[in-house]
Design a protein around this ligand. Structure first.
Ligand code: SF4
Length: 333
């Protein structure tokens, strides 16, 4: 591990959301002051409930979207204001793996042509060289050259995700953004695909931005994790630290809902009261204050900044020390 390959600095992204009752324009605050680094060679994961802004953040990193304010740096360059022409040479460096591989592949095109397509766009390889590379990649992801002759509908979900991974690898990317890559798969297949991603990371020196709602999946693959809530990262920590010593009440509630494989161990589920606020009208002060069991007056008024509570461990909370002992042992601050 060395320097940051990706740096997102105070990124904000809003979208037009129609008009209110009195004709006023409304905006969805999808990403709300998000900052993180991804170190070359690591897997950084963004985790949170559906609609928390993690996929929008992924699209800011690959420049499918541009931030309203803030910056996105890739390999030492601020790409936030890049035009599509400026992005073109970088496109092959940042590849995507999607949740629904079938939806992202043209059903009328043979697998070998789908995998070879990025080679046609980004390289000057001959047709024979492209096919050779495609066959190699099919084997790398656990398929065979014979699979290249087939069409997407002839594959299972797990096989199609392997095709999606092969396609992402064709042009030797530095960064792969995997957006819920295993959430549509059976649990047994999930483990196979995660193992494959782990092996390929070592072989190809890849950096991953892994996006998921599933904390069990994220635990299997991540080096560091950012927990998102209502468009912002409320806690960032190395994996062991986050799972062993969560400091934000939202992270504690999420982790309390993860099933434990050992039936002799009891776990107290933390149920959050209150509705998830609308991203059209995010609350003043701490974004989590409407559901936080430890909310104080200061939380209703002031938005907390990220404070460091350990090595590489930051939390957006006014009272991180009171939350140190974990949910079960906390009294009201
Ligand atoms: Fe809860 Fe206040 Fe901390 Fe927000 S700042 S998480 S409301 S204690």
């Amino acid at each position: 591990m060395s320097e940051a390959l990706v740096s997102v600095k105070h990124a904000v992204k809003t979208f037009q959301a129609g008009k209110g009752m009195f004709g006023q324009k409304r905006r969805v605050h999808a990403v709300n002051d998000v900052s993180f680094d991804i170190i070359e060679g690591e897997t950084f994961s963004l985790v949170g409930e559906s609609g928390c802004g993690k996929s929008t953040t992924g699209r800011l990193v690959n420049h499918m979207l541009t931030p309203d304010s803030g910056e996105v740096w890739f390999h030492g360059t601020d790409i936030s204001g890049f035009t599509e022409k400026q992005m073109r040479p970088l496109r092959k460096e940042i590849q995507m793996i999607y949740q629904d591989p079938y939806g992202s592949l043209n059903p009328r095109i043979k697998i070998q042509n789908l995998i070879g397509e990025p080679l046609l766009i980004h390289t000057k390889l001959s047709a024979g060289e492209r096919l050779k590379k495609v066959h190699e990649l099919l084997e790398v992801v656990g398929l065979t050259p014979m699979h290249g002759e087939r069409y997407p509908h002839e594959f299972s979900g797990g096989q199609l995700q392997r095709v999606g991974i092969a396609r992402a690898l064709t042009v030797n990317p530095r960064l792969i953004i995997a957006d819920e890559p295993v959430s549509a798969l059976d649990v047994s297949i999930q483990a196979q695909v995660l193992n494959l991603l782990g092996r390929l990371q070592e072989e190809y020196k890849l950096t991953y931005l892994f996006i998921s709602h599933d904390l069990s999946v994220v635990e299997m693959i991540s080096d560091r994790i950012g927990v998102m809530y209502l468009g912002t990262i409320v806690e960032t920590a190395p994996r062991e630290e986050l799972y062993g010593n969560p400091r934000h009440p939202y992270t504690q509630a999420l982790l309390s809902a993860v099933p434990v494989p050992d039936p002799t161990k009891e776990k107290k589920r933390i149920i959050l009261e209150g509705e998830l606020p609308s991203p059209v009208n995010p609350p003043k002060g701490c974004l989590f204050h409407t559901r936080c069991p430890y909310c104080q007056e200061k939380c209703r008024q002031e938005r907390p900044k990220a404070v460091e509570v350990g090595t590489g461990h930051t939390v957006k909370c006014h009272f991180p020390d009171i939350l140190r002992s974990g949910a079960a042992g906390i009294g009201q601050p």
